[in-house]
Ligand binder design. Sequence first.
Ligand code: CU
Length: 443
Amino acid sequence: MYSRRGFLGTAALAGASVVSGRVQAASIPEAPHMDKVVMQPPLHPISGPDYRPVVTLNGWSLPFRMNGDWKEFHLVAEPVVREFAEGMKVNLWGYNGQSPGPTIEAVEGDKVRIFVTNRLPEYTTVHWHGMIIPSGMDGVGGLTQPHIQPGKTFVYEFEMKKSGTFMYHPHSDEMVQMAMGMMGMVVVHPRDPNFRPVDRDFVFVMSTYRVDPGTYLPLVNEMTDFNMWTWNARVFPGIDPLPVRLGDKVRVRIGNLSMTNHPIHLHGHSFAVTCTDGGWIQESAQYPETTTDVPVGAVRVFDVLADNPGDWAFHCHKSHHTMNAMGHEVRNLIGVSRKDLAKAVGKLAPDGMAMGSTGMAMGNMEMPAPDNTLPMMTGTGQFGPIEMGGMFTVMKIRENLARDDYRDPGPYQFPKGTVAYEVEAPGAAPARQPGTPMQKMKM
Ligand SMILES: [Cu+2]
């Protein structure tokens, strides 16, 4: 519950800013709540200027109401339970029922009023990362405003001065609150609908957690050794695919509020980074890429012409980030005879498994796992095990998808004769130059 007295007190306190219509704010809009973890259909605006809305991977956009010429939103900071993928739920903090919070969409030039109610057990604030707003609306607890105490509601009011892609997160007990999942994205559409329009527009934020197998809470003091590498607090195979119609111009907006950078790679296409949280990149400054590194505390947006039909892997290129829970102290035993080792491990841990002497391919292997964790490598495609986890999903480019159809179109039907195939070949080692270093090495 919010306290009206608290709200009015805040309004008086922030009275020096440029805001009109403060009195109208006395009634607080309802706070929508989400109980689903799958991508919700795009939220077309029913009032205010029109735009082509984004879709949020495994998420949603926050509905708003108009109050005079103000767009009003209501965020509720609260404890939530988020499913990372089937078989694993984590106790996080988030907004309006989920972590990350809903995407906030508006239009360049909009005046927005964002109510924030705190239902956490400790105080919080909301910082609007990358947005050009008055200092008193910047949400840095202690520096630009008092912290929002539990049970209280504050209001942020500002104009969306520029279009682009931004983020929101607390600046209040920040290490704990971000490690607990408090974050979301802000998309401000250009007022001119002809400014770099696209047919499909996806958004997500990256965050990482250390949740030890069999437990339900992230270890918030962890700095480096994370085991859950998430896009919108989901890991493969729980991350929504990106369904795209062949020929669509596609925009993908990626925020990074984790503790490390993520080189994000799309197969089968080249793209250009067109926007950051600092603004739009001039066309003359864009260049083709297939991987773009998203630094910590930054947004990268790329535009791609989806002209190559198929199922295209889309993932972080740090290979440990496309894994789920794993032991990082595992030694590399490739080339080592495992017969003595297996005996020794078997004595110590009957369920244990030593890393294989040929690699770690796990396609057909089932291992007992504790409750509430996920296999390190998992997922199955039409040709067998995919052996991925973490930050991995698929852009599915198909002919004839309807405009707002974001349902999973299923596996790609490969045209006959277009899939890599096996040939008859002798089993012996192919002929090589004599005396190469590999031959001298004892395996
Ligand atoms: Cu990564």
